[in-house]
Design a protein around this ligand. Structure first.
Ligand SMILES: NC(=O)c1ccc[n+]([C@@H]2O[C@H](COP(=O)([O-])OP(=O)(O)OC[C@H]3O[C@@H](n4cnc5c(N)ncnc54)[C@H](O)[C@@H]3O)[C@@H](O)[C@H]2O)c1
Length: 259
């Protein structure tokens, strides 16, 4: 018996990185997973490799598309038990360099996408009296960062939305849980792309970046699995940090030379 046997999940951002690893982990533990992404080619290829999963084309910034997908999944599977709002984009820019286009893109995918995901998941799950919504945040919502302005703002909004959904559900007795995950640097295409951007503009900064701890997508996928499963039935409104102390040491773990 898998840890999420027979549960029905929608995972957004599932064509790549943390969303893909999470979809795979949920499917391994018995969930039927709808892998939603805007990248159709990569998403279909990824889903074809995962037994118990199928791909769905979804632009998370569009509320009517969310509405359609959620209704379609409930019609075909009978329930919706897990929604992982994993889709996200990052742009490296300080407040001084953040254009309106950067601000709108990062917030459309991160903030708006998670808002619609939570809203339509809750619509179904409160009817069922159960469900787990998981929002992919970041340590950027805890620490901020000089060159990650729009992203830190969006992730902070997601952190607040998560707690608000959880409180409402607890107050109204909906039986729905909503938690956020805050990964530190994880080895995915997003992080590799950021490293390339830093390398082009400031090679010395890459040396610093390379000293930071980097986790594996499966570290986050295992947290997703825990929050998705009934093992976490009393965990609601929590911010789960997966960063090997990065936020409490600000990225610098000093080494003690004993010789
Ligand atoms: N990698 C890290 O170090 C890290 C750290 C903290 C948080 N995160 C967060 O984890 C999540 C996944 O990041 P990742 O590193 O796997 O990135 P990634 O770039 O590998 O994957 C992101 C996925 O989101 C999809 N996507 C983008 N816009 C979309 C849209 N409008 N609709 C639907 N799908 C869309 C992309 O096609 C892609 O498949 C993001 O929310 C990211 O902010 C990542």
């Amino acid at each position: 018996m898998g840890r999420v046997e027979e549960k029905v999940a929608i995972v957004t951002g599932a064509a790549s990185g943390l969303g893909l690893a999470s979809a795979r982990r949920l499917a391994e533990e018995g969930a039927r997973v709808v892998m939603a992404d805007i990248n159709e080619e990569q998403g279909r290829e990824a889903a074809a490799d995962i037994p118990g999963a199928r791909f769905a084309l979804l632009d998370v910034t569009r509320e009517p598309a969310w509405e359609r997908l959620v209704d379609e999944v409930v019609e075909e599977s009978g329930s919706l038990d897990i929604v992982l709002n994993g889709a996200g984009v990052a742009r490296l820019a300080s407040i001084e360099d953040t254009t309106e286009a950067i601000w709108r893109l990062v917030n459309a995918v991160g903030t708006d996408g998670t808002f619609y995901g939570c809203k339509h998941a809750l619509r179904i799950m409160k009817r069922q009296g159960s469900g787990s919504i998981i929002n992919m945040c970041s340590t950027a919502s805890i620490q901020g960062g000089p060159n990650i302005f729009a992203y830190a703002a969006s992730k902070s909004a997601i952190r607040g939305m998560t707690k608000s959904v959880a409180c409402l559900s607890a107050q109204e007795g909906y039986g729905v849980r909503c938690n956020s995950i805050h990964p530190g640097n994880m080895d995915t295409p997003m992080l590799r792309e950021m490293r390339e951007t830093v390398l082009r503009s400031d090679p010395a900064a890459v040396e610093q970046m390379d000293k930071l701890w980097v986790g594996e997508p499966s570290d986050v996928a295992n947290m997703v699995l825990f929050l998705a499963s009934d093992e976490s039935k009393s965990v609601n409104g929590a911010a789960m940090v997966v960063d090997n102390t990065t936020t409490i040491t600000e990225g610098a773990v000093p080494k003690l030379h004993k010789d």
